[in-house]
Design a protein around this ligand. Structure first.
Ligand SMILES: Nc1ncnc2c1ncn2[C@@H]1O[C@H](COP(=O)(O)OP(=O)(O)OP(=O)(O)O)[C@@H](O)[C@H]1O
Ligand SMILES: [Mg+2]
Length: 358
């Protein structure tokens, strides 16, 4: 696949001196033509600024940014306007004209671009049909549901046949069911029209449903980047683990861990499950080979496509040395999180003793 967007060491700084805000801090990444690319991060991470650089709503402070062959980091305001026309954008708050009809809202960018009425009307009818709102052409935004408003926003963004669509928290104001509908429409925009989509969100489920690749942003930096499966099945950063946790709830909280430690004898460990290591089967085999018992006490597994991932929390009992050897083996193919603070730092021995006492 060929690339359509390339960031090379891009910085965007607001203000200067000690009060400068590094909203985008040395970002390097490429987005391929025709992909759905996700940008995820908490509030203030720099997501909106990053995508606003793509369509020239913000100017690059330093570094190089190329969008569809144009080096936007080197363009003046007037030339940026040309780039902007080829890029559609949709927003959390829809940004529709409340007093104009649906058809007039969708026609607006065509009117600005100087399209004649007959051609404009034909295009608007085609777009409303595509987004499933042909019967709402004469309605005004206040009469529409949130999902319908966003469909109008999508139709308007597509009016001039952009190559790129930027979606900034486009479903954050919608309920889960409406969110699904709008995301499904965006997938059709990608699949049927071949438009590259950059999706900004703070919801992992949106990324999971839509995107092939994802960038995780924190403090202006891209801290993880890769396929959605790779990034979420082996999160390397705490921020990414937290995003996985919001969707999957696979890891026990501190409170739950303490309760589990009180009710289950043995050593608590959380073991990552990934498809590529076949780790759930290997996990059980490894414990059996070392003569260690593993009770599953907490966990969650989900899938992206048909590829499972998640984690299981086990209470291990058996000989102390055997538990240590089993954990070393598990570490050779998956992630293992131990909680020494829960069992006073001598987990294996404690587990062994408790077994002998019985
Ligand atoms: N025009 C501006 N002037 C000054 N600072 C700004 C401006 N726009 C953004 N910032 C700052 O840049 C940082 C990144 O903001 P940005 O809006 O890109 O974050 P975000 O990840 O989109 O957050 P949210 O999830 O809340 O939308 C923040 O600290 C913000 O206050
Ligand atoms: Mg934002």
């Amino acid at each position: 696949m060929s690339e359509i967007i390339r960031f090379e060491g891009v910085h965007k700084t607001f203000g200067d001196g000690p009060r400068a805000v590094h909203a985008v801090d040395d970002v390097t990444l490429t987005i391929d033509k025709g992909e759905i690319f996700g940008v995820i991060g908490y509030s203030g991470a720099g997501k909106s600024t990053l995508v606003r650089l793509i369509n020239g709503l913000e100017s690059v402070t330093s570094g190089r940014l190329v969008v569809d062959g144009a080096e936007v980091s080197a363009l003046g305001e007037k030339q940026l306007r040309g780039v902007r026309a080829d890029i559609g954008m949709i927003f959390q708050q829809f940004n529709l004209f409340p007093s104009k009809t649906v058809a007039e809202n969708v026609a607006y960018p065509l009117r600005v671009a100087g399209w004649e009425k007959a051609r404009r009307d034909a295009r608007v009818a085609e777009l409303l049909d595509f987004v499933g709102l042909a019967d709402k052409a004469g309605a005004r935004p206040p009469q529409l549901s949130g999902g319908q408003k966003q469909r109008v926003g999508i139709a308007r963004a597509l009016a001039r046949q952009p190559k790129i669509l930027l979606a900034d928290e486009a479903t954050s104001a919608l309920d889960p069911e409406t969110t699904r509908d709008v995301l499904a429409l965006l997938r059709r925009v990608n699949a049927e029209l071949g438009i590259t989509i950059v999706v900004i969100t703070h919801e992992m489920d949106v990324v999971k449903y839509m995107c092939e690749r994802v960038a995780v942003m924190e403090d202006g930096k891209v801290v993880e980047l890769g396929t959605v499966y790779d990034v979420f099945s082996r999160p390397r950063r705490e921020v990414t683990r937290r995003f996985v946790g919001t969707s999957l709830r696979d890891r026990p909280s501190r409170e739950v861990l303490e309760r589990l430690a009180g009710t289950h004898p043995g050593t608590l460990v959380t073991v990552g499950i990934q498809e590529d290591t076949g780790s759930s089967a290997r996990l059980m085999n490894s414990l059996a080979e070392h003569g260690v018992q593993g009770a599953i006490v907490y966990g969650g597994i989900t899938e992206i496509g048909v590829r499972p991932f998640g984690s299981l929390t086990l209470a291990l009992t058996g000989d102390g040395g055997a538990i240590r050897a089993a954990l070393a083996d598990l570490r050779s193919f998956t992630t293992v999180q131990e909680y020494p603070e829960l069992t006073g730092g001598a987990p294996a021995a404690t587990a062994h003793e408790s077994k002998e006492q019985r």
